[in-house]
Design a protein around this ligand. Sequence first.
Ligand SMILES: Nc1ncnc2c1ncn2[C@@H]1O[C@H](COP(=O)(O)OP(=O)(O)O)[C@@H](O)[C@H]1O
Ligand SMILES: [Mg+2]
Length: 280
Amino acid sequence: MEPRYRGKVRDIYDVSESSMVIVTTDRMSAYDVILPVLINGKGIVLNKLSNFWFKRTESIVKNHVITDDVMQMPQFFRQDGFKGRTVMVKKLKMLPFEFIVRGYIFGNMWNAYKAGEPFCGLKIEGDYKMAQKLAAPILTPSTKAETGHDEYVSLDYVKNAIGAELTDKIKEVSLRLYKECGEYALSKGIIIADTKFEFGLDESGELVLADEILTPDSSRFWNLAEYRVGSSPKSYDKQLIRDWLADNKKNGEYQFDRIPPEVVKRTEEIYRECLERITG
Ligand SMILES: Nc1ncnc2c1ncn2[C@@H]1O[C@H](COP(=O)(O)OP(=O)(O)O)[C@@H](O)[C@H]1O
Ligand SMILES: [Mg+2]
């Protein structure tokens, strides 16, 4: 069987009219490039983390997971290499937005704030330093562009596209997911600075949480022990590789094919630590 689609990190297989299989590989991207090395076990960590959160949040919102047990999937997925990194999900009609919840001011939102510009149609009130916790988490949607870059939009824009009632429901659910999971992660020493949710509608038009949730690939994870307001926190999972690439440029170019084995090894350990810290 061949995937219907290969994303940067995940392969998507169509298995029936109503279901599909997502396989999270050990591919890793940094500076928008898929690295020529694999991070052993990374896909298992991401898949397990996401499934852990899906289970924990079932009472907040329905999710797309059918099973993470390859024995309950088509024969093809019982071959070596799929176990632990594979999930079968309900195929949904995806909403054309990404719903990003931010609890801390960083990245694009920080840049907008510094420039005195509104962000997703919101004027950011208050006196913030870089990476500071926001007075309250906010929802900053963006379009899911088929081509080119995603674009930040206002909540009113989303309401226009999918209706006010559905938008309000998504806002309430997203903020609740962020609050409850963020507090839990914090108790394990990890700050989830921001995170992205994707939703779809099932055959009866009900809202369903989809894609992956609350992984370091869909979120900014910071190590609480190293976090300092006013300085740029490093990403929990990718910092080593990014630092190495930044420190070892040649003629101004990243040396993607030169990443040393010990940097890869340590990164593999960091992913495992992340899973252990959160899921115990
Ligand atoms: N339950 C689902 N039903 C249909 N599409 C889904 C579902 N869950 C996730 N998707 C979509 O599958 C795709 C996964 O691709 P992804 O691995 O994110 O690759 P990319 O690198 O292009 O982001 C996304 O377009 C996502 O919206
Ligand atoms: Mg994606």
